[in-house]
Design a protein around this ligand. Structure first.
Ligand code: CP3
Length: 347
């Protein structure tokens, strides 16, 4: 890549040569290099070592030729700075030793200590140095999605205990989201200070909420978070799954880029949200597992619709599944870059 990053230019709606592409979960178990490291280290050991974090973050850039890197970490990692004990279990996900259910537990959460997760910021700086011209996306989990793990204690399909707290103990739930929001702001500001050129907030499970519950219980926190990051001057990406009904509210938070899942037609989202917001997405990740033909067909349809839109970034509608063949991703990067040039005339 020469000159200024097409990913950053697209984030700012400025002219660039072709559609930028990166993949959520582009570092992970679908990679041979990652699986080899995992025979020696746990996921959290990788995420707590600045050097290993750097190597894992850089690997998909080298292997696939994507236009941006995302820091290798996890949304759970900064919770160590709140003295919350958790583990990440293979094929399960985050598990919290003592689920947070009571006012007393929320009141006892200490102020966020970024020094306890300094390895993230050290790793960020090392990674930025290693990436050279390729920009690094820092990230954090959104307060609702983090709270869902803290309250449930483990991954959930219904978010029953979380919703119960939201409706039956709104003051406790709001206090929890407030503490998490404060952590998210500080964690993201530190990553930007260490050199991250864009910041993404993952609200993966927010689609479980109705419009009314989102507006009442979550939206004010998201506005506070993006408001508190604005002065950094870096692109702010907000992503969730199953968010068709929430997109206008999500676009009102102050985020400059909205990540959209595969259920939604991007051209329709563009129509609904207007021309200012940058859109990112939204290939069905299962197409990657189905194979090159299915992946290319889906990607071609999306890029044909969006090429020529200066505020568009290709991505998946969610993360790369571990059963993905790396060659499929590599081919897609080339395809998107080639097809994306078709829109050049209209830029
Ligand atoms: O390449 C990247 O995208 C950066 C790394 C990254 C990871 N987690 C690494 C990881 C990022 C951005 C995340 C964010 C994350 N973590 C989210 C939001 C994004 C999303 O996918 O919705 C969520 C919900 C989590 C919580 C979490 N952590 C889950 C659900 C899992 C999967 C459990 C499993 O084994 O399938 C994890 C573990 C995890 N985080 C892995 C990776 C590469 C797999 C760990 C392993 O090596 O065993």
């Amino acid at each position: 890549m020469t000159g200024e990053s097409r990913f950053l230019l697209a984030c700012q709606g400025q002219a660039h040569d072709t559609v930028p592409v990166w993949f959520m979960r582009q570092a992970g178990r679908y990679q041979e290099s990652y699986r080899a490291l995992r025979t020696r280290y746990s996921m959290l050991e990788l995420a707590r070592s600045p050097r290993l974090m750097r190597d894992v973050t850089v690997s998909p850039v080298e292997e696939l030729g994507v236009d941006a890197a995302i820091l290798f970490s996890d949304i759970m990692v900064p919770l160590a700075g709140l003295d919350i004990a958790f583990d990440i279990q293979e094929n399960v996900g985050p598990v919290v030793a003592e689920p947070i259910r009571t006012a007393e537990q929320v009141a006892k959460i200490p102020a966020f200590r970024p020094d306890l997760v300094d390895y993230v910021y050290e790793g960020t700086a090392l990674t930025v140095e290693a990436l050279g011209a390729v920009p690094l996306i820092g990230f954090a989990g959104a307060p609702f999605t983090l709270a869902s793990y803290l309250v449930e204690g483990r991954p959930s399909r219904t978010y029953r205990a979380t919703k119960e707290m939201m409706w039956n103990n709104p003051a406790v739930f709001q206090a929890l989201l407030d503490r998490l929001s404060t952590m998210v702001i500080e964690h993201l500001r530190r990553q930007a200070a260490a050199g991250a050129q864009a910041l993404q907030v993952f609200d993966s499970w927010i689609g479980a909420l109705s419009q009314a519950d989102y507006a009442a219980a979550v939206l004010p926190h998201m506005k506070r978070i993006f408001g508190a990051l604005k002065d950094l001057g870096v692109p702010l990406i907000y992503f969730g799954v199953g968010t068709q009904h929430l997109l206008p509210a999500m676009a009102s938070t102050g985020a400059s880029v909205i990540g959209v899942d595969w259920r939604t037609n991007l051209a329709e989202v563009r129509g609904a949200l207007g021309s200012e917001v940058v859109l990112m997405g939204n290939l069905d990740p299962e197409r990657l597992v189905a194979g090159l033909q299915a992946a290319r067909a889906g990607a071609r349809e999306i890029v044909t619709q969006m090429a020529g839109d200066p505020r568009y970034i290709f991505n998946l509608g969610h993360g790369v599944p571990k059963e993905t063949h790396p060659q499929v991703l590599k081919e897609l990067v080339g395809d998107v870059h080639e097809w994306g040039r078709l829109g050049e005339g209209s830029r």
